[in-house]
Design a protein around this ligand. Structure first.
Ligand SMILES: [Fe+2]
Length: 207
């Protein structure tokens, strides 16, 4: 299958799972995946060195597919990996789903959370960039809209939810991914500003 039809299949699969198991979340899941896809692809273009764009794009579309079947939010990465392997997607794509929660789940944490003794930390550039992009995307529940924020907002959210230690780890992770883009990070900031403007306009149109 060529890259375009793989992507079409990825969208189809996400729609199918969301439609079947979480119809109430379907629209917002598809919108979330589309924004993470745009942001991760743009970020990947700023990075020097080899990025497998097909893996990154499929992973960005499918990273949350496990949410459709997860009873506990924390298990949706592992479930996503299982679904993607069963559906015949490459191991690299399954790993993006498995490793994208927070800034990763260490083996110790995974054991404590009942996910088994497995290291679920983003390591490859494709895994790290999708995880990074996913973190920047916030969902504002009251207003039912998506918004991209910056590293500082991400760190603050982790501080509030998971405490100081995790916040520091998140900051190191986010900085390490930004270092991949180096000076070109300014381009990402512009991209995010424009993208948020577009999201706002779209939101207005919908209402
Ligand atoms: Fe997720």
């Amino acid at each position: 299958m060529d890259a375009t039809s793989q992507e079409a299949r990825a969208w189809q699969l996400l729609e199918e799972y969301a439609g079947r198991f979480r119809p109430d979340w379907k629209d917002s899941m598809l919108a979330h995946a589309g924004i993470v896809l745009d942001l991760a692809s743009f970020m990947a273009g700023l990075v020097e060195g080899d990025i497998d764009m097909e893996t990154l794009r499929l992973g960005a579309i499918l990273h949350d597919i496990g949410r459709t079947k997860a009873e506990r939010v924390v298990e949706h990465g592992v479930l996503g990996g299982e679904i993607l392997r069963a559906e015949g997607f490459p191991e690299e794509v399954a790993r993006i789903a498995e490793t994208h929660l927070g800034v990763g789940i260490t083996r110790d944490e995974a054991e404590r959370l009942g996910l088994g003794p497995r290291e679920l930390v983003p390591v490859t550039p494709e895994e790290r960039i999708v995880c990074y992009a996913d973190n920047l995307l916030f969902y504002i529940k009251d207003e039912e809209r998506h918004e991209l924020r910056d590293r500082r907002a991400v760190v603050e959210r982790f501080r509030a939810e998971l405490g100081q230690e995790y916040a520091e780890r998140a900051e190191r992770f986010m900085e390490s991914v930004e270092a991949l883009a180096g000076e070109r990070m300014a381009e990402l900031e512009d991209y995010i500003r424009n993208y948020n403007g577009m999201l706002k306009k779209e939101g207005k149109r919908r209402r």
